[in-house]
Design a protein around this ligand. Structure first.
Ligand code: HEC
Length: 119
C-alpha cells in the first residue's frame, strides 16, 4: 500500500466540495424532515434556501456561527452533527435527532466547511 498516500494526494486537487453537489443531498434526506417551515425544529428552517440560512442565520444555542467558512471547528453545525455541541458551549443533542450521519458524511461536511463552504 505504499502508493496510497500518492493516490490520496492525486485526488485532493481534483475538485472542491460544494454545497449543491455534496451537502444539499444530506440536508434534504436527513435534516429537512424536521427543519422545515414555520414550525421548524430549533428555529432552523432548511427547506427553502438552506445555503443562505446556514451562512446568515445565527445559532440559538451557541455563540459560534452555524458555518464559519474555512473552519469546521468554529462551525456550530459541524459540532451538532459530530456530537460535540457541548464543546461549543451549545445545547441539545447531536443531529440528526435520534440517529447519526455516516462517518463519511460527517467528514464530508467538515471538509466542505474547511475548504471554504462553497455553494
Ligand atoms: C427528528 C428531528 C430532527 C432531525 C432529523 C434533525 N434535527 Fe436538528 N434539531 C431538532 C431539534 C428538536 C432541535 C432543537 C433541540 C436540540 O438542539 O437538540 C434541533 C436543533 C438543531 C440545530 C441548532 C440550531 C441553532 O440555532 O443552533 C442545528 C444546527 C441542527 N438542528 C442541525 C441539524 C442538521 C444539520 C440535521 C441533519 C443532518 C438535523 N438537524 C436533523 C430536530 C431534528
Amino acid at each position: 500500500m505504499r502508493w496510497l498516500p500518492l493516490l490520496l494526494l492525486g485526488c485532493a486537487g481534483d475538485d472542491t466540495l460544494s454545497f449543491e453537489a455534496d451537502i444539499a443531498p444530506i440536508v434534504q434526506q436527513q435534516c429537512s424532515g424536521c427543519h422545515a417551515g414555520a414550525e421548524a425544529e430549533g428555529g432552523l428552517d432548511l427547506s427553502a434556501s438552506p445555503y443562505d440560512v446556514l451562512q446568515n442565520q445565527e445559532s440559538n444555542q451557541s455563540d459560534l456561527a452555524l458555518i464559519e467558512p474555512g473552519d469546521a471547528l468554529y462551525s456550530y453545525l459541524w459540532h451538532k452533527v459530530n456530537g460535540t455541541q457541548a464543546l461549543a458551549e451549545g445545547s441539545g443533542t447531536s443531529m440528526p435527532l435520534g440517529w447519526w450521519l455516516a462517518p463519511e458524511e460527517i467528514d464530508r461536511i467538515g471538509d466542505w466547511i474547511d475548504e471554504g463552504a462553497a455553494y
